[in-house]
Write a new protein. Structure first.
Length: 417
């Protein structure tokens, strides 16, 4: 059984280094290989009338598959931490126009966990610069890409926009780089798109790239709603002692109302009453102008790390996000989701640009990429980028991953004020 399992994992590409460390492909392949192995062994034992212990069979796969997925997750986190410390990096040379080089370099520098170390850039000869605007040193011109690749010996040659003028030039460049030993990678004119939305369809020698639409309607939408109902109901039951204790603490502190209802903008901008445990003094909205906003004027969100309006029990429940637990009732009624973009105030929506309005295409969530990535410590651009990425690339597996990461974010209390 162990040998068959390992062989199937190898056959489906679960050990392929190009899929390990990022994306959901690795997990899908592990799950596919594991279920295939269980199916073949179960059916084979039945057909051959082999007396395989049912207890051993079910214990092996019912326990083994979750443990295998969990071990992959732990190894991935260790690898990301190693990359963030500047170890086990892959050297990269970017080839293309300076503007596109800077755009890709900005992403690679921001996402250090990917493990890419930028050595420099190779730009078209007409540019005549020694460094791009974004601070990437220029190693030479695209007329000498093959010579520079052998001279600098990078692990990866990454072609971005403006590197070549035709498919013929790209093919010649690939031919000339064969002897360099570097892996050749291409960056399409797409950013913040999950790999499971992209499918390459070869047609007459043309690698056509199909970009599938976001899963915000139809069957995926029904699936997400079912996931929300089951998840919110289960959390409510498990968290009921915490809800009762928090309500009692808030009431006993100053005798004010336990819950605070605030108008927020939901899906498609529809207003709804967002519930929270009251963490501030009664009438806190009337004195908001007296509190200093630590964010810049360009930042839409309000931030005050030492807000004097917060009560002692409010400071504790905010630190561990307990004040947001009543939003489970919003999830049950359908105005919110367990996972999604942060529910904005109508005053914030009024300041949105056209692109930012995309955040309102789905129900807001109790948690999301924004919450598990730093919350109030993030810049406005990063907040928007994470929320738009979620809107365009939602999946049940991604929701489960965010919910797991939420536990760590809550315990660390990063960005919770």
């Amino acid at each position: 059984m162990a040998l068959a399992w390992l062989t199937t994992l190898l056959a489906v590409g679960a050990y392929d280094p190009t899929t390990m460390g990022a994306g959901t492909t690795e997990y899908r392949r592990v799950l596919t290989a594991s279920t295939m192995t269980a199916g073949v062994i179960g059916v084979g034992s039945y057909l051959l009338q082999y007396p395989l212990s049912r207890g051993l069979f079910f214990l092996t796969f019912l326990v083994g598959i979750p443990l295998l997925l969990a071990s992959r997750y732990v190894l991935r986190r260790l690898l990301h931490r190693t990359h963030e410390r500047g170890r086990l990096l892959q050297s990269v040379v970017l080839v293309g126009a300076p503007a596109q080089v800077d755009e890709v370099a900005r992403v690679l520098r921001r996402e250090k966990w990917l493990g890419y170390d930028i050595m420099g850039a190779i730009v078209p000869p007409a540019e005549g610069i020694s460094m791009t605007t974004g601070g990437v040193p220029v190693l030479g011109s695209t007329t000498r890409t093959d010579v520079l690749a052998r001279e600098w010996d990078p692990d990866i040659i990454l072609f971005v926009g403006g590197a070549v003028n035709s498919a013929q030039e790209m093919r010649r460049a690939a031919w000339s780089l064969e002897s360099s030993g570097a892996r050749i990678m291409l960056v399409p004119s797409l950013t913040d798109v999950a790999s499971d939305r992209i499918q390459v369809r070869p047609a007459a020698g043309l690698p056509l790239m199909e970009l599938q639409g976001p899963a915000t309607n139809g069957t995926p939408h029904v699936l997400k709603r079912a996931f929300d109902l089951v998840g919110a109901s289960a959390i409510l039951v498990l968290a009921s002692p915490v809800l009762a204790a928090t309500a009692l603490a808030v009431k006993l502190h100053d005798g004010g109302p336990v819950l605070y209802r605030q108008t927020r903008s939901g899906r498609d901008g529809r207003p709804f009453g967002c519930l929270k445990f009251r963490s501030m003094v009664v009438g806190a909205d009337q004195v908001v102008n007296t509190v200093k906003n630590q964010h810049s004027e360009e930042h839409v969100l309000f931030k005050s790390k030492d807000d004097p309006r917060i009560t002692p029990p409010g400071r504790f429940i905010r630190r561990f996000s307990i004040d947001e637990l009543p939003q489970l009732f919003n999830v049950l009624e359908g105005s919110m989701s367990l996972v999604g973009p942060r529910p904005p105030l109508p005053s914030e929506v009024a300041r949105y640009t056209a692109d930012v309005h995309r955040r309102l295409a789905v129900r807001p969530g109790m948690t999301g990429l924004w919450q598990v990535s730093g919350r109030s410590d993030l810049s406005w651009d990063d907040t928007v980028r994470l929320d738009l990425y979620y809107v365009d690339n939602w999946s049940v597996l991604r929701d489960v991953s965010i919910l797991v990461r939420t536990i760590h974010a809550v315990l660390s209390s990063r960005g919770a004020y």
